[in-house]
Structures are given as C-alpha cells and as structure tokens.
Design a protein around this ligand. Structure first.
Ligand code: ZN
Length: 182
C-alpha cells in the first residue's frame, strides 16, 4: 500500500516499488511495507538554471566549510536540509591535470585527469562518505554499518587530527592503514 507523507519536507525517503514515503530521519534502509530499497528524494531547489550555476560558482574558494567542500557546495542538489549537521573535511575540489602523454596514447588532443588522490583519505570515496556519514549522524547512528566506510572515516579523522597538529604523519598513516583506497 502506498503511503505518502502529508506534505513533502526538504528531503524524504521513497520506495520506488510501492511508493511509500518515509521521513528523511528514518534509520531504515528498506521499505517497511514491501522490503524495497529506499532512495532519497528532495524538492527541486528554488534557484534554477543560470541562477543555480551562479550560486555554486560564487561559493567556490570561500572559507566556509560547506562552500569549501566540492560536494556540499552543491548542497541544494545533494541533501538540502542537512545544514549544520554536515560532516566534512572538506573533500572534493580535486585538481584537473592535463596529461599530454596519456592524451597522445589515447588519441585525445587535450586530455585532463581528475586527481582524486587529493581527497582527505586519498580516495574518490570521500565524496560519498561525507554524505553517508552526515546522514548517519542525523539519524543518531553510532558508527557506519559498512566496514569499509567505517575504516575510511577513521582514517579521515586521523588525517584531520594530524593536519591540525601541523604534520604530514596523518597522510602517511592513511596510506599505511588503507592501501586499497589509493
Ligand atoms: Zn515499498
């Protein structure tokens, strides 16, 4: 039986199989009606098209942690109501590097590679993990269920702690603890 929320908040969870809707803060991963996998939906942002692109561009380079994140700079399209609960390093905003030799090999005149190793734990997965851990915090989870996510987050915390202390030991530690992420 489909059950819609009386009024859509900024974000909610949705079962594509039976159309049941749950609050975004629900800790369930599956639909209580049919067992389907829930997905997150949110209202479209108020700003659209050029206004939205302009908003994202203005945030680039700002010191505010949400704006400095290459994920949360686009928060209207990620998880619009996460607000102060966002857990961020920040991640993303990794450089695009032109690689002429690879371009010649691939037959592409101007080939650029996105260097995701510049993320806090050296992995593109930080982009997803910042959203996952933020949502885990919102529902009051004590730790991620996914072991890889848990390990990666522990590494991120160690790196952050070490960088705040002014050293690079955290980065070496991250590579030692989780070579599979590199
Ligand atoms: Zn369902």
């Amino acid at each position: 039986m489909s059950t819609a929320l009386p009024e859509h908040p900024a974000a909610w969870q949705f079962c594509p199989r039976c159309q049941k809707e749950l609050p975004i803060a629900s800790a369930r991963a599956d639909c209580p009606e049919c067992g389907g996998l829930l997905e997150v939906r949110h209202r479209p942002p108020q700003a659209r098209e050029e206004a939205l692109r302009s908003l994202f561009a203005r945030r680039r380079g700002r010191a505010d942690p949400l704006d400095a994140s290459g994920v949360w700079r686009f928060r209207e399209l990620v998880l619009p109501d996460a607000g102060a609960e966002v857990v961020t390093y920040p991640e993303g905003n990794t450089p695009l590097l032109q690689r002429a030799a690879i371009g010649r090999f691939a037959g592409v005149e101007a080939l650029f590679a996105k260097h995701e190793g510049h993320n806090p734990t050296g992995s593109f997965k930080d982009r997803g993990m910042t959203v996952g851990i933020t949502q885990a915090k919102r529902i009051g989870a004590r730790e991620p269920a996914d072991r890889r996510a848990l390990e990666q987050w522990r590494v991120a915390l160690r790196v952050r702690h070490d960088f705040r202390a002014g050293g690079s030991r955290g980065e070496r530690e991250a590579r030692r603890l989780s070579p599979q992420f590199h």
